[in-house]
Unconditional design. Structure first.
Length: 239
C-alpha cells in the first residue's frame, strides 16, 4: 500500500527529506543535518472556535535521538519554538491541535518575528482560506539557510546539551489555493527571521525562487506550461 497517496495534503507533491513524518493532519519532511524540519505540509482547516490551543510542546520520538531537538535545547536560548504548521490552522478537534505541538513541527524563531510578521502571515492565510471562492488551501512552510552567511548555533555554549540547533536565516511559506472555479493560484513568501515592520506584500516572491534557495521541489505534480508560468509568477495578495 502506498500510504503517502492516501494523505490529502500530499496531492500536489511531497518534497525530499531525510525522514518523512506522517501525522494525522499534516506531514513533515525532517532534516537530520539541521535537526529540524526542512518543510511541513498541511491543508488549512476552517475555523472552529470551540477548540482551544493545547500548548503541549513535546519531543517527537520517531526521530533518532542524535538528530532530535528536545525542549532543553530551547530553554534559555532567547528563541521561540516557532510553528511551521500553525496551531490555529488545525482546530477541528483536540487531537489535531495537540499534534501541532510536536517539536518536529518547530524551528527556532526570533520572538518578535514569531509573534509579529510570521503570525500576521498565518492569519492572512486563514483569511484567504475563508473566502467564498476558495475550495481548498494547501500550505508548505520551512526554514531557509544562507550558506554565504554565518550560522548561529543554539545550545553551542551549553555543555549539558549534546545536540545543537542551527538558527534559520529566514523562513518560506508557499500557498496553493484551489478555487471553486477549478483554477489554481500560488503565493510564496520569503521572510527574514527577524522583527519587521514591512508589509507582507514586500516579501512575495516567485515559487521558483523558494525552490532555488531551499533545494526543494514544490507542488511537483503540477505539470504543463500554465503551471510553470504560475510558479514563476509573483502574484499579489490575494489575487
Amino acid at each position: 500500500m502506498d500510504y503517502p497517496n492516501l494523505k490529502r495534503e500530499t496531492r500536489y507533491g511531497l518534497p525530499a527529506a531525510d525522514q518523512i513524518l506522517y501525522n494525522r493532519h499534516y506531514v513533515v519532511g525532517y532534516s537530520y543535518y539541521f535537526r529540524q524540519a526542512k518543510w511541513a505540509l498541511e491543508i488549512v482547516n476552517p475555523p472552529n472556535s470551540e477548540i482551544e490551543r493545547k500548548d503541549k510542546f513535546r519531543s517527537d520520538y520517531r526521530i533518532p535521538e542524535g538528530f532530535r531537538a528536545d525542549k532543553e535545547v530551547y530553554e534559555g536560548s532567547g528563541f521561540n519554538r516557532g510553528h511551521l504548521v500553525a496551531s490555529a490552522n488545525q482546530i477541528e478537534n483536540d487531537v489535531q491541535n495537540s499534534e501541532t505541538f510536536l517539536l518536529s513541527n518547530m524551528c527556532p524563531q526570533v520572538p518578535k518575528f514569531n509573534g509579529g510578521i510570521w503570525k500576521k502571515l498565518e492569519e492572512e492565510v486563514r483569511s484567504l482560506d475563508s473566502k467564498k471562492n476558495i475550495f481548498e488551501t494547501y500550505v508548505i512552510s520551512g526554514p531557509l539557510f544562507y550558506f554565504d552567511q554565518p550560522v548561529e548555533m543554539m545550545g553551542d555554549d551549553d555543555d549539558k546539551i549534546d545536540v545543537t540547533l542551527p538558527i534559520p536565516h529566514a523562513f518560506f511559506k508557499s500557498i496553493l489555493v484551489e478555487k471553486n472555479t477549478g483554477t489554481i493560484n500560488m503565493y510564496s513568501f520569503i521572510i527574514p527571521n527577524e522583527e519587521s515592520d514591512l508589509e507582507l506584500e514586500d516579501f512575495l516572491v516567485a515559487t521558483t525562487k523558494v525552490e532555488k534557495i531551499s533545494g526543494l521541489l514544490l507542488w511537483e505534480t503540477l505539470l504543463g506550461t500554465k503551471m510553470i508560468k504560475e510558479k514563476n509568477k509573483v502574484r499579489k495578495m490575494w489575487r
